[in-house]
Design a protein around this ligand. Structure first.
Ligand SMILES: Cc1ncc(COP(=O)(O)O)c(C=O)c1O
Length: 450
């Protein structure tokens, strides 16, 4: 078999302390040059001391008694955790010898961060790449993709029109030179998050409250991140997994269509890799509140301090979140209230990326509201964080509810050539467990071939 590019195993991404110490040292030093391929070994949630990058939100901000722990994706190479699924999908293709350097061009259908991840990984692993994405996302996204050397193939619309990117990818795939890293349908995305993000969540709550996880809340785009919940449930069976959707167009709860402002989530489908069996609740979050929340955290330090948040904590939070991160925080607060969680309980959620790609979103907010002075932010702070309601939460534990999601998945995927029998297999947890077990097979091969 041919050699494959030199990169980490799933185990090394989950536990970077298992990386050969010399390579780990070089990788940490290589952070100063993000295009050095050694950075593949920085695809993990940990800092140089092997601690998960996270923040425990100040209770003065959340207004709830339980601990809300947010994992911080901005420290991944390329600035978001989406680089993990991009790498995992590419390396599995290399191992399977279906993706050959110099021969194949990589397609990345995306609304942004996955595209950034794909272009970055392809730069490091020496593949040509094309990112297929809507033409109306935040400008910062296109700049990054171009910087990493991918071509852009733009389809009309925004987050809500992601289906057009899938249709375009379906067309491009007819060229035998092209290989798609199809995040919505390929299981390396599931494997990465179940193993790597799932283990990071477990480690992140050690020593906090009762050290367990009562709720995991995450807004699905591809629903890869939600797969962390499958691992958490194996360790803490009591955990409730909440999928968060934009209130303006909830597809899972209401088959909704339309536009919303939370980039990266609410992609108008039940993705193929979404394990419906483990979705316990769906909760709806208003997009405008997510953008207002970002404005408060980025520009409203005074308001946070007035409300009792320590100044250094408030300053430290400024750059940590994007819009979907705030949506996840609001969702975590909502679920904490709904589940009546107390001081010993932990809710875990995720900030996929940081503020660096949302400057233009706040410029747009200013244009729309005209007034964003402190007296406005003061009101927003109360409404967005402290007054978060427990409205718009639905219990998806009953099978009758899950049936609705199975039907949605069929509507979304049979048209792309998937068979009913395959979708039926996904109604059994054995399917997901056996897909997960494949990480051991891939890890063996990566070690042997790299
Ligand atoms: C900013 C942002 N938030 C959330 C998500 C959703 O993550 P996932 O695709 O793992 O569901 C994405 C996905 O691209 C994203 O870019």
């Amino acid at each position: 078999m041919n050699k494959i590019p030199f990169g980490p195993t799933y185990d090394e991404m989950a536990f970077p302390s298992h990386i050969d110490p010399e390579i780990r040292k070089k990788a940490l030093a290589g952070k100063s040059d993000e295009l050095d391929p050694i950075n593949l070994f920085n695809i993990n949630w940990k800092d140089e001391k092997n601690q998960v990058h996270k923040i425990i939100l100040p209770k003065e901000m959340t207004g709830v008694e339980c601990n809300i722990v947010v994992l911080l994706g901005k420290y991944f190479p390329s600035g978001s955790h989406k680089v993990g699924p991009a790498y995992s999908t590419l390396i599995e293709g290399c191992v399977d010898q279906t993706i050959i350097p110099g021969e194949h061009t990589i397609l990345g259908p995306s609304t942004g961060n996955f595209g950034i991840g794909v272009s970055y990984i392809c730069n490091l692993m020496k593949y040509d790449s094309i990112v297929i994405m809507p033409d109306n996302m935040s400008k910062e996204r296109y700049q990054r993709i171009k910087k990493y050397g991918a071509k852009l193939d733009l389809t009309p619309g925004t987050e809500s029109d992601v289906i057009l990117t899938l249709e375009r990818t379906f067309e491009l795939k007819k060229n035998p030179k092209n290989r798609s890293l199809a995040q919505f349908e390929l299981l390396p995305n599931y494997r990465f998050h179940r193993h790597v993000t799932g283990n990071a969540c477990i480690e992140a709550v050690k020593g906090i409250g009762n050290g367990r996880i009562a709720c995991f809340a995450s807004a699905p785009g591809s629903a890869g991140t939600l797969a962390a919940g499958d691992h958490i449930k194996k360790i803490f069976p009591e955990v409730k997994i909440a999928a968060l959707e934009p209130y303006e167009c909830s597809t899972l709860m209401n088959s909704g269509r339309g536009q919303h402002r939370i980039e990266g989530i609410g992609d108008k489908m039940c993705t193929l890799i979404h394990n419906i069996l483990n979705t316990d609740f769906i909760a709806l979050i208003k997009d405008e509140e997510s953008v207002q929340g970002l404005k408060i955290i980025h520009d409203g330090i005074n308001i946070l301090v007035e409300n009792g948040v320590q100044k250094d904590v408030a300053n430290n939070m400024r750059e940590l979140f994007g819009v979907s991160g705030i949506c996840n925080i609001i969702g975590a607060i909502k679920m904490a209230k709904y589940l009546k969680l107390g001081p010993e309980d932990n809710v875990v959620t995720i900030a996929t990326d940081g503020f660096d790609r949302y400057e233009t979103v706040l410029e747009d907010l200013k244009k729309r509201y005209l007034e964003t002075e402190d007296f406005v932010l003061r009101r927003w702070f109360r409404d967005v964080f402290h007054k978060t309601s427990i409205d718009d939460i639905a219990d998806y534990r009953p099978m009758s509810q899950k049936e609705k999601l199975f039907i949605q998945k069929e509507k979304d995927w049979l048209k792309f050539g998937y068979q009913q029998a395959y979708l039926d297999e996904m109604k059994n947890m054995d399917f997901w467990d056996s897909e997960y077990e494949k990480i051991f097979h891939y890890d063996e091969l990566i070690k042997k071939l790299r």
